[in-house]
Write a protein that binds this ligand. Structure first.
Ligand SMILES: NC(=O)c1ccc[n+]([C@@H]2O[C@H](COP(=O)([O-])OP(=O)(O)OC[C@H]3O[C@@H](n4cnc5c(N)ncnc54)[C@H](OP(=O)(O)O)[C@@H]3O)[C@@H](O)[C@H]2O)c1
Length: 300
């Protein structure tokens, strides 16, 4: 049996378990009549978000791609539409705006869609010593990695529960499992997202909605350059996965109904190690891997 068919069969069994206590509300279902279900991916113009949008599209899901850069977004959407038979709708939006949920709902409705799956992927890093970071940069990180993700999840989940179907996939990080000196606020933001995901997944268990977090180790994207962390040891010592590999693993884990997905063997071993080894041992090691050096450190 081809792997895709096998995954679909197992996912159907997972559906039965995930929806064992679901009671779809006819009114909630009627509210989406005439609209098509879509997978909404934030931060989808490049990197992991773009790969995830492509992965869902390859599984015949219409996708809505969100990011701020209109041109990059249009290119990503056109690429997905060209390589698949689904609709790929670009939506230029800064998800840290307070009225993002309303703007998203309006855009979806105008496109004849509703959010069946939300992928909270947009996120930024911040490298350097916490004491030297600007209050503005910290605010920006919290606004995107914590507030925007929480707000979107909080907005989407009640409707999904009422329909007794759907899903939320939050892109956290392996860094969620351990404090990260020199990326302290970033690691803490991902710990928040992972904790939120696991807790809400427990609250919603059996009600038909998949709720999962992905915790990848380093991935080769613009992310590290954007936060000026390319000189840190982890960039040379820790092999980075490709965004497509992370997307494939995330999609498979999500379909199977897993709550925490760690892509790759190395990251899975690291996740196990940080659970077993106490923080006084792991934190200095992580700190040594994350410390930025030379020109990047001087700029931070
Ligand atoms: N790369 C890694 O090693 C790694 C490892 C673990 C976890 N992660 C997590 O994976 C996620 C994706 O990372 P990535 O590596 O793919 O990063 P990336 O290549 O820098 O892409 C980030 C995406 O987020 C979008 N974005 C940024 N700010 C936004 C905003 N305010 N509103 C809407 N979209 C926004 C960017 O587009 P615009 O700038 O055009 O808005 C871009 O599409 C992040 O949450 C990151 O923390 C990454």
């Amino acid at each position: 049996m081809p792997p895709q068919t096998a995954l679909r069969s197992v996912a159907s069994f997972a559906d039965l378990w995930i929806g064992r206590r679901a009671h779809p509300d006819p009114q909630a279902l009627a509210a989406t009549s005439g609209l098509a279900p879509a997978v909404v991916v934030t931060g989808a113009s490049r990197g992991i978000g773009r790969a995830l949008a492509m992965r869902f599209a390859r599984a015949d899901r219409d996708v809505v791609l969100i990011a701020r850069d209109e041109e990059a977004l249009a290119t990503a959407a056109a690429d997905i539409a060209r390589s698949t038979a689904v609709r790929a709708v670009p939506l230029a939006l800064d998800v840290t705006l307070a009225d993002t949920p309303e703007r998203l709902d309006a855009a979806l409705r105008a496109a004849g869609l509703y959010a069946d799956v939300l992928v909270n992927n947009a996120g930024i890093g911040l490298a350097g010593a916490f004491a030297t970071q600007s209050a503005q940069d910290l605010d920006r990180l919290i606004a995107l990695n914590i507030t925007a993700a929480t707000r979107l999840m909080h907005h989407a989940l009640p409707q999904m529960l009422a329909r007794g179907r759907g899903g939320i996939l939050n892109i956290a990080s392996l860094g969620a499992l351990v404090p990260g000196p020199h990326q302290a606020a970033y690691y803490a933001s991902k710990a928040y997202l992972l904790s939120l995901t696991e807790a809400v997944a427990h609250e919603a268990r059996g009600r038909g909605v998949r709720i999962a977090a992905v915790a990848p180790g380093p991935v080769d994207t613009k992310f590290h350059r954007t936060m000026q962390a390319e000189s840190a040891l982890y960039r040379t010592l820790v092999p980075a996965l490709r965004a497509e590999t992370v997307a494939r693993s995330a999609y498979r884990g999500y379909q199977l109904g897993r709550t925490v997905i760690v892509p790759g063997v190395l990251a899975s071993l690291a996740a196990l190690a940080v659970k077993l080894v106490p923080h006084p041992v792991t934190v200095p090691i992580v700190g040594a891997l994350l410390a930025v050096r030379g020109a990047e450190r001087d700029r931070s």
